[in-house]
Design a protein around this ligand. Structure first.
Ligand code: MSP
Length: 666
């Protein structure tokens, strides 16, 4: 019989910035569900991809001084590489710039149009570029109510989607399928929004070029969200591969962050209803990783990246931490201290230590062969109790996985780790080993411990697949754990007499301080790719005109003495030449006349200035900075600039009167 299918998706990530821990979180959750579902016998398809069209990307490419195609290729590749490095079981990766995507989007749109849900209209009002959305009621000062950034006034002829006609059908959907939107609080928010009334939605743009052209009217491009949402269909053969499409659509689960719920729970089902296509079964909006209580985001510059954690502690440690620490659905605070505390407590001293202890004792006392249990288990009440606990935990963990409550599933599985530890402590195999008359008892105990460890490995597999697989094989199992069925897994199935592998430190203990510094150094390299050590293809930070060394900034209100200020020597400089640096988006190589010499300076000005505009400009130069290399190019000084807006856009200073090159600033 064919396996039942399970099709799940992550959001299709924007390529305006490199992937960070937030994006990784959703993808890890999706991978965990995918692994769990495979262990429940499903034919799973996990889709992710990159959202590459729209004004946001158009502008980011412009700021980086490269063509859109080149810009999006670069970040899409970073996403691919990251998922590969983290060994995430991605089955489909769709980019919105692929030809198959355009075909799918046109098809969906034309179906809606043929059904009478698309018309031509006129829009004049405020638009938020960041959220790619019209803002009907901006906050005071013209700010976007979603992201609080300034909106822009636009006026354009557009195609509209008759969203207003779907209010009743959407409400009926939420009523009749209460688990369509989860968690419950999010469902209530969406219902309140839809009850408040829906306006028609503009689904084309004439103000931008970077998008899928409107079929038959090429001065319009299709609205990015219409485009991006359709990716979920493109990836399973919509309009392309009937067999696949029939098999996998509708999606069983769209996993998203809470900020994009409206697009998924209101627009998306309406687009599908208009085209008479089946609706996804469930949308789950999770919370955000916060860093010092703020959302992690590029504009706040407080991103954490997954690679340093995975490289310092292992992929499974990263997975375990994000799933254990965050209650799925709610926000969670990221802290490196709790990451390292959990690592040592739960993984190194917990599962890792338990596994190596059991395997080492079987080697020591039974020459590496799983010893048999007592024939009828009589006289070994502790082993019987442990078997019972294993069965209970199996039931609990499965129920929690089903409810996507990963943190509870792990809590339950780790209670079995603790129970097994206690079982060993109380049974004292090292004492029994000294008394030959106790060999059978010892054998029974180590059998029970090994059976339980096998159970733990299997139950924890969706979250820590690599560690689990290692334990599984070390216990002498021949099959691959990923193909085991988590629900039918029987305690006691590990045959006695089988040979086990060598004990291995699965999660070696780390020195917290040292590990934290190592992670921090790697983070800094990623965050500040302008620094010499960074080899990343992504852009340099926007904030500084010349990226400064990573020294901690003094507190905003800290005072310095005049002598401190006098240490900084600044002069007027005249830019002689300016050129781009290959592979660097935001920095430029300048030569600057500072009166008595011409200096080469690398400055992060490319976001705001074309190289040719800079030539001849008078700038303020810090002349007594130690030389350093940025992207392999020596920089001998720093250009001073204002850092404006959340992106820290550099703006050069001007002088009220003409000043000669070399004039000192005091
Ligand atoms: N391109 C749209 C999605 C289109 S889906 C058809 C988009 N992209 S995004 O790059 O901004 O990614 C947003 C998603 O990344 C969130 O919904 C969430 O899944 C994840 N996260 C980004 N930052 C996050 C946190 N700080 N915390 C947790 N997840 C977050 O929106």
């Amino acid at each position: 019989m064919d396996k039942p299918k399970y099709y799940l998706t992550t959001p299709i990530y924007y390529v305006n910035a490199r992937p960070h821990l937030g994006h990784t979180y959703t993808t890890i959750v999706a991978d965990t569900i995918a692994r769990y579902k495979r262990m429940r016998g499903y034919d799973v398809v996990l889709l992710t991809g990159t959202d590459e069209h729209g004004q946001k990307i158009e502008r980011a490419a412009k700021a980086a001084g490269v063509k859109e195609e080149e810009f999006v290729d670069r970040i899409a590749e970073e996403y691919r590489q990251l998922w590969k490095e983290l060994d995430l079981s991605i089955d489909r990766f769709v980019r919105t710039t692929e030809p198959r995507q355009e075909r799918a989007v046109h098809r969906l749109l034309l179906q809606a149009k043929d059904n009478g849900y698309i018309y031509k209209g006129f829009y004049e009002g405020q638009y938020c570029v960041f959220d790619e959305m019209y803002v009907d009621e901006p906050l005071p000062g013209g700010l976007c109510p979603e992201c609080k950034r300034p909106t822009e006034r636009i006026r354009e002829e557009n195609y509209y989607f008759k969203l207003s006609e779907f209010q009743d059908r959407l409400l009926e959907l939420y009523e009749s399928q209460p688990d369509f939107i989860q968690p419950e609080t999010r469902r209530n928010e969406v219902m309140a929004f839809v009850r408040g009334g829906l306006r028609d939605l503009s689904v084309s743009r004439t103000s931008i070029k970077w998008g899928i052209p409107w079929p038959g009217d090429e001065k319009h491009v299709i609205y990015v969200w219409y485009d991006a949402l359709t990716t979920y269909m493109t990836g399973v053969g919509y309009g392309d591969d009937e067999l696949q499409w029939e098999k996998y659509w509708p999606a069983d689960l769209h996993l998203i962050g809470k900020e994009i719920l409206r697009f998924h729970a209101v627009y998306w089902p309406a687009f599908l209803m208009a085209a008479e296509e089946p609706l996804p079964k469930r949308i789950y909006a999770h919370g955000w990783w916060l860093f010092a209580d703020e959302k992690m985001s590029k504009s706040r510059g407080n991103m954490q990246y997954p690679q340093p954690i995975a490289r310092a502690l292992g992929i499974d440690a990263l997975r375990y931490f994000v799933l254990r620490e965050m209650v799925f659905g709610q926000d969670g605070n990221f802290s490196r201290d709790s990451l390292l505390t959990r690592y040592n407590a739960d993984l190194a001293n917990g599962l890792g230590n338990l596994a190596s202890r059991i395997i080492a004792m079987i080697h020591q006392y039974f020459a590496g062969q799983i010893p048999p249990p007592l024939a009828d288990n009589a006289g070994a009440p502790r082993s019987v109790a442990l078997a019972k606990k294993s069965a209970d935990v199996q039931e609990e963990a499965i129920a929690h996985y089903e409810a996507l409550q990963f943190s509870l599933a792990l809590e339950s599985i780790w209670s079995l780790v603790a129970a097994t530890d206690q079982f060993l402590t109380e049974s004292r195999p090292w004492v029994l080993a000294k008394d030959e008359s106790k060999t059978q008892e010892l054998s029974d105990i180590l059998n029970a411990a090994a059976q339980t460890l096998r159970h733990i490995a299997a139950l924890a597999f969706p979250v820590v697949p690599h560690a689990s697989e290692k334990i599984w094989l070390a216990l002498g199992n021949k099959s691959k754990l990923e193909f085991e069925q988590i629900d039918t897994l029987a305690w006691g199935a590990l045959p006695s007499g089988s040979h086990i592998g060598e004990p291995e430190a699965i999660f070696p203990r780390v020195d917290k301080k040292e590990a934290s510094e190592r992670i921090e150094a790697m983070e800094e390299e990623i965050r500040n790719p302008g620094s010499a050590a960074a080899s990343s293809p992504a852009s340099a930070p926007a904030a500084a005109a010349a990226p400064a060394a990573a020294v901690p900034a003094p507190a905003a209100d800290a005072k310095i003495a005049i002598e401190d200020f006098a240490k900084v020597q600044m002069r007027v400089g005249v830019v002689k030449t300016a050129e781009r640096i290959q592979g660097a988006d935001k920095i430029l190589k300048l030569t600057v006349d500072i009166g008595d010499e011409v200096r080469q300076i690398v400055a992060g000005l490319a976001v705001s200035y074309q190289p040719e505009e800079l030539v001849g400009k008078k700038v303020v130069v810090v002349v007594n900075l130690a030389p350093r290399k940025l992207r392999g190019v020596e920089s001998n000084g720093m250009i001073v600039a204002a850092s404006v807006g959340p992106e820290g856009k550099p703006v050069l200073c001007t002088f009220a009167e003409d000043v000669p090159a070399g004039a000192k600033l005091k």
